[in-house]
Design a protein around this ligand. Structure first.
Ligand code: ADP
Ligand code: MG
Length: 283
């Protein structure tokens, strides 16, 4: 089952724009209206500096639109107080970043359990649900390994388990395969495909045309403006293994150099800065 127009909206942007104050001000996202429906798999592509991370920061409630509104699950979160935004972020959005952002001296399962602290999951339930999330990404057998003992692909699987453990409405990935080799990228892309088929709503920002081609919808962004790439009207139920023919969309552009600006911080760090300081669970 895949989502789509007619389904339930997970995210709705209404003329949402974002301008970095500067000086000088940078209009990084022009007024944008779009809806992401439950069960969709959306890829966002665009050259470096085009506004991808800015858009992700809005969709992930890490920043507020400087204009317009954003709703998640029907909740108007653009104007909500920071405490409420942090709660929506912790419960409804899972983040996966290019550089994994795992705590180096914590095992896989401890890293996953950390996300549950932010979502106020009762301690006695954390272990079992963290283990279940690791099983979902095929890594329960590495639950007690430190990140340094894992390959890049395995680290990203732990990060995905951490993003999924609170059963978010939306899984948001910013260049999830950016640090992975080609074979591992394909494995990760297959994993994202299977999570999508199991009902996860996915937004994937990527420079990689193969990764983007697995999505049902491709949105190109250039100079802060979105353009949807028309998809073949086959009603095909999303990605299937082996159909990953690269189809670079117009406007995807060349990958270019890595962005000069820092990527968004992991949600834990941001929440940390804004709100009460949670210590790591002592057990
Ligand atoms: P992408 O993720 O596609 O590489 P970004 O969303 O990071 O692009 O950046 C979009 C535009 O906003 C770029 O012109 C960039 O220079 C600018 N920008 C990003 N972050 C800041 C910031 N903190 N202050 C000012 N300008 C910024
Ligand atoms: Mg970026």
């Amino acid at each position: 089952m895949t989502g789509g127009p007619g389904g339930e909206p997970v995210i709705r942007l209404s003329s949402a724009a974002f301008t970095y104050r500067g000086p000088p001000p940078v209009a990084a996202l022009k007024p944008t209206s779009m809806v992401i429906y439950r069960g969709e798999h959306v890829a966002i592509t665009g050259p470096s500096g085009s506004g991808k991370s800015t858009l992700l920061n809005l969709l992930g409630l890490l920043d507020k639109p400087t204009q317009g509104s954003i709703e998640i699950d029907g909740i108007d979160v653009g104007a909500a107080p920071e405490r409420e935004r942090a709660a929506v972020r912790a419960h409804r959005i899972g983040f996966v970043f290019q550089s994994f952002h795992l705590l180096p001296y914590r095992t896989s399962i401890e890293n996953v359990m950390l996300a549950q602290v932010y979502a106020d999951e009762p301690r006695r339930r954390r272990y079992a649900s963290a283990m279940a999330a690791l099983a979902e990404v095929g890594l329960d057998h590495r639950a007690h390994a430190l990140p340094t003992a894992l390959s890049g692909g395995e680290r990203q699987r732990v990060a995905i388990a951490r993003a999924l453990v609170n059963r978010p409405s939306l899984l948001m990935c910013d260049e999830p395969t950016g640090n992975l080799d080609t074979a591992t990228t394909l494995e990760l892309t297959d994993l994202l495909g299977s999570l999508h088929r199991a009902g996860t709503t996915l937004v994937v920002i990527t420079h990689n045309p193969v990764v983007a081609s697995r999505a049902q919808r491709q949105i190109a962004i250039r100079d802060g403006e979105l353009a949807e790439t028309p998809q073949p009207a086959t009603g095909s139920p999303g990605p299937s293994p082996g159909t990953g023919s690269p189809g670079p969309s117009p406007g995807t552009g060349s990958p270019g150099p890595p962005p000069a600006l820092p990527e968004a911080l992991p949600p834990a760090d941001r929440a940390h800065g804004d709100e009460d300081t949670h210590a790591f669970p002592d057990e």
